[in-house]
Write a protein that binds this ligand. Structure first.
Ligand code: HMG
Length: 390
């Protein structure tokens, strides 16, 4: 039995309240909070990037035993910090993982962490005494005042994959699908993503419905075999738009259960925003930390991973006995309740702040005063990115 043994998320401790943003943009706040389904959006200071966020998510999980037995580090990201050097290689160093591990990034929009999870599960199936660290880490940016502004966010999810996992066993059958489309993409020369919003929503929904038909055909499983579905959540209404059509003919009892659990799976994303690669796993944590009284061991959870461009996958897992004892619910609540609510002015300043590297590749700065995270980005020296640890 192989699966997720430990899981944690990190998000920067600064956010913008979306009702305030709506008022400032002259939009009815209900459009953001009900129409889109978002309440708050994490905004990273310049001292938090994809690497530091990933380290902050993984660090609390690691014991001495993990550091000595993690032979594979995979980071799914679409907002890496270097065209060549992997985020995973920085993480290997920052977390002090033993030298004989391999470290690599995987990219396919928001799908990268799922590719990493599948690679890690296969790796541990082949090497049952070894572990893998899988991270999804991203900063989602469409730009100030853009159509996607309200669906931005920042954060990381870290998971340890092992034999005899303490949280969820990943089952063997899954179905993936690829279609090369331009629903959302970011050319190398652009700091912000380009998106065809309406088309991206349609693509997401049609990938889910096509995959569900294929998945149920291959496995003979029906919705009654599931206790919950977790979705990649670019915003919290998105997964529901995909889920509702397949629930139409479902018996009321099962339909209500799946909808209720869907709601639980959206709590964290509603207050953080789209964290791209980590988003699906943030939904999973939100589900098991908020619906834990109704979920029990052996319950089957469905996962829908979607990465624009586009690749998607439906896979499943079964909760294992005692999973509730391994959750970091109290730490997550503390992280979210202690955040700083930014004014529109501070949000704008933070969003537009950039490195001003001189011709020798230098720009070092102090950790932002709003940032109390363990790992932080210090700037560059001789074109090399440097990180600090508190
Ligand atoms: P928009 O044009 O601002 O919003 O774009 P809209 O006009 O479509 O309205 C949104 C919803 O609010 C609608 O509900 C309105 O009716 C409702 P729906 O019909 O969808 O159910 N509404 C209101 N509700 C209550 N009170 C009101 C009110 N007014 C309107 N007063 C959009 C929204 C999400 C398209 C935009 O923000 C966007 O482009 N976001 C980025 C793209 C995105 O997130 N796409 C999702 C699928 S693609 C994906 O998930 C991959 C991704 O994560 C990237 C990756 O893989 O790396 C993005």
């Amino acid at each position: 039995m192989v699966g997720i043994d430990k899981i944690n998320f990190y998000t920067p401790n600064t956010y913008i309240d979306l009702e305030e943003l709506a008022k400032h943009r002259g939009v009815d706040p209900a459009k953001f909070t009900i129409g889109i389904g978002q309440s708050k959006m994490s905004v990273p200071p310049i001292s938090q990037d994809t690497v530091s966020m990933a380290a902050n998510a993984a660090y609390p999980l690691l014991t001495e035993n993990d550091l000595n037995n993690i032979d594979l580090i995979v980071v799914g990201t679409e907002t890496g910090v270097d065209e060549s050097k992997s985020v995973a290689s920085f993480i290997h160093d920052l977390l002090d993982i033993h030298p004989f591990a391999k470290s690599v990034d995987l990219k396919q929009a928001c799908f990268g962490a799922t590719a990493g999870l599948m690679m890690a599960v296969d790796f541990v199936r082949l090497h049952p005494d070894k572990k893998a660290l899988v991270i999804g880490s991203d900063i989602s940016r469409y730009g100030l005042n853009s159509s996607g502004e309200v669906t931005q966010g920042a954060g990381s999810v870290a998971m340890i994959v092992s034999s005899n996992p303490k949280i969820i066993e990943i089952e063997e059958t899954s179905v993936s699908m690829t279609k090369s489309i331009f629903d959302f993409w970011r050319p190398n020369y652009s700091k912000t993503a380009i998106v065809d919003g309406k088309f991206s929503n349609e693509a997401y929904i049609s990938f889910f419905s096509e995959l569900w038909v294929e998945y149920s055909k291959r496995t003979n499983l029906s919705l009654e075999d599931f206790s919950a579905f977790c979705f990649h959540l670019p915003y919290t209404k998105m997964g529901k738009k995909a889920l509702l059509p397949i629930l139409e003919k479902e018996a009321p009892k099962n339909k209500d259960l799946l909808l209720e659990n869907y709601q639980y799976s959206t709590n964290y994303s509603r207050d953080i925003g789209n964290i791209y690669t980590g988003s699906l796993y943030l939904s999973f944590m939100s589900l098991i930390e908020h619906a834990s009284s109704s979920l029990t061991a052996t319950d089957r959870i469905g996962f829908f991973s979607y990465g624009s461009g586009a690749v998607a996958e439906i896979f499943t897992g079964k909760l294992v006995d005692g999973f509730k004892d391994s959750l970091l619910s109290a730490e997550h609540e503390k992280l979210l309740t202690n955040r700083i609510d930014l004014s529109i002015e501070d949000y704008t300043t933070m969003f537009t702040k950039e490195l001003s590297i001189d011709s020798d590749g230098n720009h070092l700065f102090n950790q932002d005063k709003t940032d109390n995270s363990i790992f932080f980005f210090k700037g560059t020296e001789n074109h090399q990115r440097l990180y600090g640890k508190n």
